[in-house]
Design a protein around this ligand. Structure first.
Ligand SMILES: CC(C)(COP(=O)(O)OP(=O)(O)OC[C@H]1O[C@@H](n2cnc3c(N)ncnc32)[C@H](O)[C@@H]1OP(=O)(O)O)[C@@H](O)C(=O)NCCC(=O)NCCS
Length: 169
C-alpha cells in the first residue's frame, strides 16, 4: 500500500496525540514497559509514557540508542514503531504498536516497510524482532516483510536482512 503511512520521529509535537491514541486504543502493556502505577491509564502512567518517549528523543546515538517514530495514516497519528541499536554491528531491533481501530488494515506491514527504509538509510544491514508464538498479527507482518522466523523457548526471533529486502515502493 504505497503512501498508506508516513513515519515522523516522535517529538514534543506528536507526543500528546500519540499518548491519546495509546490511552484510548491500546493496553499499557502493548505500548510501554511496566511501571509502578495504579492500573490502567492513570495520571502516573501517562507521565511515565511521556518520559519513556522523551528518553529517546536523541535517537540512535542517544542514551537509549532508540529512534521512535509516530506512524501517521491519513495525517493522523495511529501508532508507533521504533528501532534500537544492538551491540552487533549494523543491527537494530524493532517493535511496534497500532491503536485498535487502525489494526487489521495492512498498516502494520506498511509501517514496518517504512522502518526498514529508515534503517537502511541509517546504514543498518539487519533488523531483528522478538515476539511470542501467539502473536499471529505480528508474525504475519514480520513474514510479509521478509523475516526469517526461529522459535526458541516460547519466543519467536525474527531476522530481516536488508540486503535481500526489495525497497518499499
Ligand atoms: C502487531 C500489529 C502492529 C499488526 O499490525 P496490523 O496492521 O494490525 O497488521 P495487518 O493488518 O497488516 O495484519 C497482519 C495479518 O494478520 C492477520 N490477522 C489479524 N488478526 C488475526 C487473527 N486474530 N488471527 C489470524 N490472523 C490475523 C491479518 O489478516 C493480516 O494477514 P493478511 O495480510 O494475510 O490478511 C498490531 O496488531 C498491534 O498493534 N498489536 C498490538 C501490539 C503488538 O503486539 N505489537 C507487536 C509486538 S512484537
Amino acid at each position: 500500500m504505497t503512501g498508506a503511512v508516513r513515519l515522523e520521529p516522535v517529538n514534543e509535537q506528536n507526543l500528546e496525540p500519540l499518548l491519546s491514541v495509546a490511552a484510548a486504543e491500546a493496553e499499557p502493556g502493548e505500548v510501554m514497559p511496566p511501571v509502578e502505577a495504579p492500573a490502567g491509564w492513570s495520571l502516573a502512567r501517562r507521565d511515565a509514557f511521556r518520559e519513556f518517549h522523551r528518553a529517546s528523543f536523541a535517537g540512535l546515538t542517544g542514551p537509549t540508542r532508540t529512534q521512535m517514530y509516530a506512524i501517521l495514516a491519513g495525517g493522523e497519528v495511529v501508532g508507533m514503531v521504533r528501532m534500537t541499536r544492538r551491540d552487533e554491528p549494523g543491527t537494530v531491533e524493532t517493535g511496534m504498536w497500532l491503536g485498535r481501530s487502525a489494526r487489521g488494515q495492512g498498516l502494520g506491514v506498511a509501517a514496518l516497510r517504512e522502518l526498514l527504509n529508515e534503517a537502511a538509510a541509517a546504514g543498518m544491514r539487519t533488523v531483528v524482532a522478538e515476539t511470542t508464538p501467539d502473536n499471529i498479527e505480528a508474525l504475519k507482518v514480520l513474514g510479509k516483510c521478509g523475516a526469517k522466523l526461529r522459535e526458541d523457548g516460547g519466543k519467536v526471533h525474527a531476522e530481516i536482512c536488508l540486503d535481500s529486502t526489495p525497497p518499499a515502493l
